[in-house]
Design a protein. Structure first.
Length: 101
């Protein structure tokens, strides 16, 4: 089975065909295809191709969902000074299914 290491959104992911992963938000609509250019490694059994820094092959995926993660609360507090701040953050993500390695 073929696997690859791709880089997107400042992170690296190990993927294989039919994998579904959540990555940093990418532009595009649901159903569109995406091509990942930054492929760092491709392995097929004993045959391993390591990039310097990238390999020539590309990884293709299909966008399944554009969404936002659950809210993360941020609290700031200084003792004895009546200082208290509360904020929230919802990270945007794109869920993709790998179609071709």
């Amino acid at each position: 089975m073929k696997i690859a290491v791709i880089q997107t959104g400042g992170k690296q992911y190990i993927v294989k065909p039919k994998d579904k992963i959540e990555i940093e938000r990418l532009p595009g609509k649901v159903g569109e295809s995406v091509r990942f250019e930054n492929v760092l490694l491709v392995a097929d059994g004993d045959k391993v191709e390591v990039g310097k820094p990238n390999v020539a092959s590309k990884v293709e995926a299909k966008i399944l969902e554009q969404g936002r993660a659950k809210k993360v609360l941020i609290m700031k507090f200084h003792n004895k000074t009546r200082y208290k701040r509360k904020a929230g953050h919802r990270q945007q993500f794109t869920k993709v299914e790998i179609t071709k390695v």
